[in-house]
Design a binder for this molecule. Sequence first.
Ligand SMILES: Nc1nc2c(ncn2[C@@H]2O[C@H](COP(=O)(O)OP(=O)(O)O)[C@@H](O)[C@H]2O)c(=O)[nH]1
Ligand SMILES: [Mg+2]
Length: 241
Amino acid sequence: MQLDFASRELTIKLVYYGPALSGKTTNLQALHKAADAGSTGRLMTLETKDDRTLFFDLLPLTFRDQGGLAVRLKVFTVPGQVIHASTRRLVVQGADGIAFIADSRESETQNNAESFLDLKDNLKEHGLTLKEMPLIIQFNKRDLPGVRSDADIAALASQGREPVYLAVATQGGGVVESFMGLLHLTWSALNGTHDLQRKFNFDGDRFMAEVAKKLGQTSSVSEILGRSVTAQGQALRKVAR
Ligand SMILES: Nc1nc2c(ncn2[C@@H]2O[C@H](COP(=O)(O)OP(=O)(O)O)[C@@H](O)[C@H]2O)c(=O)[nH]1
Ligand SMILES: [Mg+2]
């Protein structure tokens, strides 16, 4: 997080992590498409011709609170290929929150697991742990055959602490939900550490609602956050009790 008191600007760094070709760039493209023109800058993406991210993608999003605080979100992706380990380490540096984009196919389970370990290692390099990092997990490519079942993922979600989302990023499904989940966690953590709401007389709830609106959502924030597998599992357990 970077804070510029003079210009009343807060910059938050969000990183989309995951194995090669899981859909990180596609998530940013869908977010870019969903965002209204006033909130988003150019999506910077550098790809080789076989779809593979060479360095990283960067999507800048800016939201100004009614109180005058500008919150700039810099959304990065990492290149998933094993050979780009040093780039990943660099991109993760200073991250305030991480979205882990997993490929839902059974055949990708091992790649997901390896990338997750790689994330853990890279955080450790910067003296961070997964535990203290705001993190959401997205199971993408739900439209493909051979994916892990909903029940399987629900079971997995109930074991972990992180919110889990399902997505079809190519169609935009689950993309904004995942992003809002990540922003919610990240904002809560930053606010908890730096007491931003009070210092800037900043209304975090109103801010989240504004972001949702600018991302084309008509539902309330709590409704959007409730679309995670985790939240739905909790709701089901409550009904069953
Ligand atoms: N069927 C399907 N394909 C997807 C989905 N998301 C991404 N893809 C495709 O997977 C490939 C890799 O996506 P990309 O976003 O470049 O992956 P990255 O390496 O994680 O940035 C591309 O051909 C995408 O069109 C999805 O939800 N469903
Ligand atoms: Mg990419």
